[in-house]
Design a protein around this ligand. Structure first.
Ligand code: HEM
Length: 415
């Protein structure tokens, strides 16, 4: 654990806890809009807030800048070490997961993975996306109602990740189960699930090792074959890195995308005019995806730790402070966007605005284009099929921590 003692700052500027910042517990809003009160604070001019763990940063300009500031690092081992996990299969695996790495090791691995995870690799998945989502949609459309999380969102991304990596299509249920288990390693209750998580890592590693051996003998048109072939200045990915990258795709690319799809469907079910417009003007699909990702973000708070004292808006944030960059709130910053709390798929975004839902800087989401393509294919098919989309009861929501979205989303439409 590298969170340092924060009480020995040498700066004369007041420390953040002495500055009377508004307190967030954790976000304080309703289940469907957990960041509502923080957005209200931002609209009133607040820039920083105090959280039970440290400081939250609200403004677009600050979040965007701090994501690129080398004086802050990513979450590293903290999620595990703060729960007393300092060794073992999961701990070792996380040492090779890009999101938890920093510095030169991160740069090297990211460069190698990016060489294989290209726009071409995403483009060739278009037909799989269309077929997979069309099949799921076809099963529910005639009924006029569904529970969208289970029926439309949950298994869609896992099919696509399997197709991306090169896993035979019949084996996706195995990966779905492993993904669900391994995703629990992002929670604050890892210790009680550690045995199951490590067992799932062992099983997926055994499966993928077999796949790697096959692809070494007989390369195909898939990410795994390309990752095996990737080389830069004589460097290649080791077998252990290949396993970690597959693991990472599964974790980073499933829960995020299915929650973001659930959030998009909720947004449209509660904004009938925008859904109708999208049904009439399919050319707005890409803009609609951008706007729903901005409007409500599955990843609205990005954890960072300060490596040295930082002064921001008249307060000192000492080295070792846990800083939450509220990217989802910053996407609603009225100093950069007009009418930020309106969902408007025809919105003209100002030149200086880059969506923060995928992060920014060295850890910017590697799968952003894949996620966008998945959401675009889904909405392109759903908008004309689910006419008069509306809620069919109260949704249930996940806790606003880590990856957020609906747990249950009852929807209805005209048949
Ligand atoms: C809508 C869906 C998605 C959202 C909202 C999302 C969001 C994010 C965010 C916010 C980060 C940066 C986290 C930070 O800086 O702390 C990130 C990193 C990452 N994402 Fe995504 N993501 C999505 C889909 C995907 C997909 C489909 C993949 C891959 C198949 C993927 C792979 C990654 C990887 C590998 C990283 C780590 C990059 C690094 O640390 O260098 N993501 N994602």
């Amino acid at each position: 654990m590298t969170v340092l003692d924060t009480r020995h700052s040498t700066s004369t500027v007041p420390n953040y806890w002495e500055a009377g910042l508004p307190a967030l517990e954790p976000l304080g809003g309703s289940p469907a809009e957990p960041d509502g009160p923080v957005r209200a604070l931002l609209a009133e001019g607040a820039r920083l807030a105090q959280t039970p763990f440290g400081v939250a940063v609200l403004r677009y300009e600050d979040v965007s800048r701090l994501l690129r500031d080398p004086r802050l690092r990513g979450p590293g081992d903290d999620i595990l070490t703060m729960q007393g996990i300092t060794d073992g299969r999961l701990f070792r695996r996380n040492q090779e997961i890009l999101l938890f790495m920093d510095g030169e090791d991160h740069r090297r691995l990211r460069r190698l993975v990016s060489k294989a995870f290209t726009p071409k690799a995403v483009d060739r998945l278009g037909p799989v996306m269309r077929d997979t989502f069309a099949e799921q949609l076809g099963q529910v459309v005639p009924h006029g109602r569904c529970e969208a999380v289970a029926d439309l969102c949950e298994s869609y991304p896992i099919h696509i990740i399997c197709a991306l990596v090169g896993v035979p299509s019949n084996d996706w249920p195995l990966f779905s189960r492993w993904a669900d288990i391994i995703l629990q390693s992002l929670s604050l209750d890892v210790a009680s699930k550690l045995g199951t998580i490590e067992q799932a890592i062992e099983e997926i590693d055994e499966y993928v090792s077999g796949l790697i051996a096959e692809r070494r003998r007989d390369p195909g048109e898939d990410l795994l074959s390309e990752l095996i072939a990737v080389e830069e200045e004589g460097q290649r990915l080791t077998s252990s890195e290949l396993l970690a990258v597959t693991n990472m795709m599964l974790v980073a690319g499933t829960d995020t995308t299915r929650n973001q799809l659930g959030l998009a469907l909720f947004a449209f079910a509660t904004h009938a005019d925008q859904w109708k417009l999208l049904g009439e003007r399919p050319e707005l699909t890409a803009a609609a995806v951008e706007e729903t990702i901005r409007f409500s973000a599955a990843t609205g708070g990005l954890p960072r730790v300060t490596l040295e004292d930082i002064e921001l808006h008249g307060v000192t944030i000492p080295a070792g402070t846990f800083v939450t960059l509220l990217s989802g709130v910053a996407n609603h910053d009225p100093t950069i966007l007009e009418r930020p709390d309106e969902l408007d798929i025809t919105r003209e975004v100002p030149a200086g605005f880059n969506l923060l839902t995928f992060g920014g800087g060295p850890h910017y989401c590697l799968g952003a284009n894949l996620a966008r393509a998945e959401l675009q294919e889904a909405l392109r098919l759903a908008a004309p099929a689910l006419r008069d989309l509306a809620l069919d009861g109260e949704p249930e929501w996940r806790e606003p921590f880590g990856i957020w979205g609906p747990r249950r989303l009852p929807l209805r439409w005209s048949t």
